[in-house]
Design a protein around this ligand. Structure first.
Ligand SMILES: NC(=O)C1=CN([C@@H]2O[C@H](COP(=O)(O)OP(=O)(O)OC[C@H]3O[C@@H](n4cnc5c(N)ncnc54)[C@H](O)[C@@H]3O)[C@@H](O)[C@H]2O)[C@@H](O)CC1
Ligand SMILES: Nc1ncnc2c1ncn2[C@@H]1O[C@H](COP(=O)(O)OP(=O)(O)O)[C@@H](O)[C@H]1O
Ligand SMILES: [K+]
Length: 516
């Protein structure tokens, strides 16, 4: 599903009005009706519906909602917060109607008004939050802050209109405080603030309502952001042909492991095999050979001579490049360690081997010291940083990456023309074309050592099987999260470990096979 930022919604409103002749007042009417439909699902015969409205169009939606519920004999009470002189044009039009109806309206001007609101909300009640939507411009302070606290402290069921008030629609940030909704009714399209953390935790259940904006209008908009859908992934995964052999499913080479980090190579290799690659080569320092070949007997191992214990020898670069030349895709980094040898290996791979390269972990830490090597890349490059690695790659503080993951991933992807998979609770896949995909599956059980190595294995395997690196990155993060969700139901969030994700991959592909 496409995701919007504030300016997209403003553009949609404008085009709806100017080209399609659908006025703002019609969209507001539909928004209010959509909201009322959701409210009705949560009321019982004891319930009051308490609608808290601000001075913008979000408040206008709330006034429409109040009118429709009142007409259907629900017990409705409106609280208005802000300066009535600043009521938006269309909200005001709806307020004029409300004045003629028998709906009680109170103003919240001070702490007294807030207390009244807080006292009124009882267990069976539904609170409809229409204080701010996409129009929030600054931190929430004063009486607004107190009103939001009162709503959060209440026992009522809280439904937010469009955005939980206090959430920045385009950045997904909390503007000092925000309503913690049980349900959010996003209008027209979900916004970044409905999807990304930390805001996503404030939305509760997310419902998206169409409000009659024509599909034609949405289609003609250039909306670069979207969530990764199951349907999209299903059609990306190639069906295995009866009459086929291992050569059909590609050759992957993974450069991984060093003394003390053998497990990363094992996890990454197993993950690639479980994701369907035909032939896998694990390129490893020779002293790790016995343990790796015992753990992943299905892989061909290429043990390379070492200059120091467990580290690739610098004189092995040529052999390594030759080995990689025969592969369809190369992954480098899991458990490799950081050293001068890695620097040389990475530079050679990027600039001399014309194959897609997936760079993870220590590959990224090495790359961070010489990012400009990407200018001379021969083929597509996929980077899979977590925020710490992204911070090293960009030289931006970690807080900036965490607050603006979409922006940092997409700017880097554009600048260096690479595919960036910025990992996290909402992984962002930013493509050089400007398209950005957000993954919404997965769970905190996956925040465990080695989880990223498994992801690299999946992406590498999918490229070997013929997916474009772009599609492999998108499908890889989805399959990884899907695996985590399947396995967490067996192992729980505490018990889930990276090795479980590899078992999960088998169930994911089994499910996808059965659906085709
Ligand atoms: N295409 C759509 O999606 C449609 C959206 N509509 C609604 O319109 C909303 C946007 O309306 P607006 O642009 O009027 O914006 P909002 O209603 O979100 O809020 C803007 C108002 O809040 C004030 N404000 C902003 N931040 C504040 C702060 N921190 N403290 C105090 N006051 C603050 C502004 O001065 C302004 O009065 C959407 O969220 C949605 O609910 C619908 O009415 C119609 C169609
Ligand atoms: N809370 C979460 N929800 C969803 N996915 C998560 C969560 N925490 C971590 N993950 C996923 O787990 C993986 C962790 O990768 P990474 O940090 O590289 O781990 P490691 O370096 O230990 O292998 C990423 O793919 C990330 O998206
Ligand atoms: K709201």
């Amino acid at each position: 599903m496409k995701i919007a930022v504030e300016k997209d919604i403003r553009e949609i409103d404008l085009r709806a009005n100017e080209k399609y002749r659908i006025s703002q007042i019609v969209l507001m009417e539909n928004s209010g009706i959509a909201l009322a439909e959701e409210v009705k699902k949560h009321v019982n015969r004891h319930s009051k519906v308490i609608i808290v409205v601000g001075m913008g169009n979000n408040g206008g939606d709330g006034l429409v909602c109040a009118r429709h519920l009142h007409n259907e004999s629900y017990s409705v009470k409106i609280f208005m917060i802000g300066n009535l002189k600043k009521l938006s044009e269309h909200a005001n039009q709806n307020f004029e109607i409300i004045k003629h109806l028998n709906i009680p309206v109170e103003m919240i001007n001070d702490i007294g008004g807030v207390k009244k609101l807080g006292k009124l909300i009882a267990y069976d009640d539904v609170v409809v939050d229409c204080i701010f939507g996409i129009g929030i411009t600054k931190d929430v302070e004063g009486v607004y802050e107190l009103a939001i606290d009162a709503i959060n402290d209440s026992e009522g069921y809280i439904i937010s209109c469009d955005m939980p008030s206090g959430i920045h629609a385009s950045e997904g940030l909390v503007m000092k405080t925000a309503v913690r909704a049980d349900k959010t009714v996003a209008l027209c399209l979900p916004k970044v603030g409905n999807i990304m953390y930390p805001a996503a935790e404030y939305n509760g259940e997310l419902v998206v309502k169409k409000i009659s904006v024509p599909n034609e209008l949405i289609a003609e908009m250039s909306l670069p952001l979207e969530t990764i859908s199951h349907e999209f992934i299903k059609q990306l995964i190639p069906k295995r042909q009866r009459n086929s052999h291992k050569g059909v499913y590609g050759k992957a080479s993974i450069i991984a492991g060093s003394f003390g980090m053998t497990g990363a190579a094992i996890l990454c290799g197993k993950s690639a095999l479980r994701s369907g690659v035909g032939l896998l080569k694990l390129i490893i320092p020779e002293s790790l050979h016995t343990i790796i070949t015992t753990s992943v007997p299905e892989a061909v191992t290429v043990p390379l001579a070492e200059t120091r214990k467990g580290v690739f020898g610098i004189n092995q670069v040529e052999k390594l490049v030759q080995t990689c030349d025969a592969a369809d895709v190369i992954a480098i980094g899991p458990g490799c360690g950081q050293n001068a040898e890695m620097n040389e290996i990475l530079r050679h791979l990027i600039t001399l081997v014309d194959k897609p390269v997936i760079i993870d972990a220590d590959g990224l830490n090495t790359l961070a010291k010489h990012v400009d090597v990407l200018e001379n890349k021969l083929n597509k490059v996929v980077l899979t940083p977590h925020p710490g690695e992204m911070s090293r790659l960009t030289n931006l503080p970690l807080e900036v990456i965490n607050q603006h993951p979409i922006r940092t991933a997409s700017e880097f992807a554009h600048k260096w023309q690479v595919i960036v998979v910025l990992k996290g609770a909402r992984t962002v896949v930013a493509l050089p074309s400007g398209q950005i995909y957000i993954n919404v599956n997965g769970n905190p059980g996956m925040a465990t050592a080695g989880s990223g190595d498994v992801l690299t294995g999946i992406i590498t395997s999918l490229v070997a099987q013929g997916l474009t690196p772009e599609n492999a990155a998108i499908a890889g993060v989805y399959i990884h999260g899907y695996s985590g969700d399947l396995m967490v139901s067996q192992k729980g969030e505490y018990g889930l470990i990276a090795g479980d994700l590899i078992e999960g991959i088998t169930h994911v592909f089994r499910n996808l096979e059965l659906e085709v």
